[in-house]
Design a protein around this ligand. Structure first.
Ligand code: SF4
Length: 226
């Protein structure tokens, strides 16, 4: 996929999600020629979260998708790579993942250590994995300072403030042309599921994260979305 333009880097847009036409335009995947999917390792149940857990994963809807025979999983945890597990919790201060990449914001740990440089390094490592494996899509854990693709914290999560936008690793993937879906984007996940298995029934109630009451109440509708 081609790199996104600067205009598409709007942090509150949902251009990073693959739309219906883009999903339908993907190849017809088979067990011999599967969809290659970059996945946040914790979504697979790998205990690589900051507290040494998988944050409650694996989730049934993700297990169902990843259990299909025509999908090839590329699992990766960028924070484990550079900070180890368990670790302090990183959050973005002064902007979003895009701002961190461009030197306008910082990543700080709970105790105030500047983790900006290693987080950017982790993002480039994740991008290299995506490019090496020529993944078709990324499925990432939302609200992480690394993997978040719809929502991240605004500053220290102990303050409890959220913002629309991407974490550092998700932003770099998107900047380099990869589409990203979060584990909370149920409408997009249903479309991907049907692409992989046309026998799957459509769920008309499925909503992406930005379409949920919580998102709209807290953050408002994303740019260009109605
Ligand atoms: S960095 Fe990403 S893969 Fe690792 S624990 Fe956090 S959300 Fe999961």
């Amino acid at each position: 996929m081609r790199p996104v333009s600067a205009k598409m880097e709007s942090v509150a847009s949902v251009d990073h999600l693959p739309n219906r036409a883009e999903i339908e335009a993907l190849p017809d995947f088979t067990a011999d020629d599967p969809m290659r999917l970059l996945v946040s390792a914790c979504l697979l149940g790998v205990p690589c979260g900051v507290d040494g857990t998988s944050y409650g994963a694996p989730y049934p809807h993700i297990q169902r998708l990843l259990g299909l025979s025509n999908i090839a999983i590329v699992a990766f945890c960028p924070e484990h790579l550079v900070f180890g597990t368990p670790r302090e919790t990183p959050d973005i201060h002064g902007g979003t993942g895009w701002d961190v990449l461009d030197g306008r914001a910082k990543v700080l740990s709970d105790s105030g250590h500047d983790w900006t440089e290693p987080m950017v390094r982790a993002a480039h490592a994740m991008l290299a994995v995506a490019q090496h494996n020529q993944v078709h899509l990324a499925l990432l854990t939302d609200i992480s300072a690394a993997c978040g693709s719809q929502v991240i914290y605004r500053g220290a999560r102990s303050e409890g403030m959220h913002q629309a936008g991407q974490g550092v690793c998700a932003a770099l993937l998107i900047r380099n042309g990869f589409k990203v879906v979060s584990h909370r984007d149920h409408r997009s996940l249903c479309r991907i599921m049907r692409k992989l298995d046309p026998n799957v029934e459509t769920d008309p109630t499925a909503r992406d994260h930005h379409e949920t009451d919580w998102y709209v109440d807290h953050l408002g509708p994303p740019a260009g979305y109605s």
